[in-house]
Design a protein around this ligand. Structure first.
Ligand SMILES: O=C(O)COP(=O)(O)O
Ligand SMILES: [Mg+2]
Length: 232
């Protein structure tokens, strides 16, 4: 699985995930979620716990956090509950206020994206994060210029691991899935890529829902984006 060799002539484009792949956003999540919990008069949550909940979009994240901090015998919440609606509104407020301030671009990202572009690939960023969070984050980290397309978890009807967002992104790029490399950090990305017919590489340093990434079905695992183009 680690024997992936990058052959630029095999690809026309790459679709790159955001959280856990381009940017370590755990600090932003922890600050915004804990400020939301203060507003709701609920107990705080640890960043290590949050790490296992990131990657499936904000709705899933908020429901998981509320479930974690509420009493074990509390009735399960859904997006229809008033508490969820209040939580989402406070979370959005706090996340937008801190977006990027407690987050860092992973080593090798700039060089890796530059090398992929130099190899002739078009680049898209596809995240499960709301598009209204993703665009300012990419801009504040100086990454927006690399991508001709940026899509979020609310850009399409369904999120990763559904293949729909990858198909739509390929369509926007004008590339065939088999010639479009997905680069992500989680089984969510890998499952979406497999179902869409895109080859998939995973980074070893991301979140992957708190599980080791080496057990995930993918075409390779790299320790940095800079490794990809260097492997040819
Ligand atoms: O769940 C999120 O908010 C971010 O997920 P991502 O890994 O698809 O960027
Ligand atoms: Mg991710």
């Amino acid at each position: 699985m680690n024997s992936f060799v990058f052959n630029p002539s095999s690809f026309d484009a790459a679709i790159v995930d955001l959280d856990g792949t381009l940017v370590d956003t755990l600090g932003d999540f922890a600050v915004a979620l804990n400020r939301m919990l203060v507003d709701l008069a609920l107990p705080a949550i640890d960043a290590r716990q949050i790490e296992t909940m990131v990657g499936k979009g904000s709705e899933h994240l908020i429901l998981s956090v509320l479930h974690h901090v509420r009493p074990v015998d509390a009735a399960p919440l859904t997006q229809a509950d008033a508490l969820y609606a209040r939580a989402w509104s406070r979370y959005q407020h706090h996340y937008l206020a801190v977006n990027g301030q407690y987050a860092a671009v992973y080593p090798g990202v700039h060089d890796g994206l530059q090398a992929l572009r130099a190899a002739g690939l078009h680049l898209a960023c596809l995240t499960n994060k709301p598009i209204g969070f993703a665009r300012p984050l990419l801009a504040s980290k100086g990454l927006d210029g690399f991508f001709t397309q940026v899509f979020g978890g609310d850009s399409f009807e369904r999120k990763k691991p559904d293949p729909l967002p990858l198909h739509k992104t390929c369509e926007a790029l004008g590339t065939a899935p088999a010639r479009t490399l997905m680069i992500g950090d989680s089984s969510n990305d890998a499952r979406a890529a497999r179902a869409a017919g895109c080859p998939v590489l995973l980074v070893s340093y991301g979140y992957n829902h708190g599980e080791p990434v080496h057990g995930v079905d993918a075409d390779g695992v790299v320790d940095s984006l800079a490794e990809i183009a260097a492997s040819r």
